[in-house]
Design a protein around this ligand. Sequence first.
Ligand SMILES: [Zn+2]
Length: 131
Amino acid sequence: MVPVPDRDSARYWAALANGALELQHCRDCGHWTWPPRPVCSGCQGENLAWEPVKGTGKVYSWVVNHRAYAPEFAALVPYTIVLVRIDEQDDILIPGRLLSAVEVYQDLRVRAAPERLTDDIGDLNWVALLE
Ligand SMILES: [Zn+2]
């Protein structure tokens, strides 16, 4: 299943296709904005630039899917979707599938593991960083 980019999100999906997690960063107030949109979620300004983030963070919440909600996901069941607070800014929660077969808990350290789906579109997975 391939995400469908729109005007605001196309750069996000394209960066993932190239192995990078990039978000909109405000040149006026320094706020990171997610999900992609035309204006900064901090100051409502339009001076946003796409920049890479470190790609690390902590699990805030998660759900374990025991049913495939689309036929394409049948081979993945059960699979875990996590919401991750990125290290740059803790009010940003970015979803993705957790690839690691670990017991999930709040504040589990993870890093982004982008996956190329097409030349222009990638998807975001996360893997656990275990101490
Ligand atoms: Zn701003």
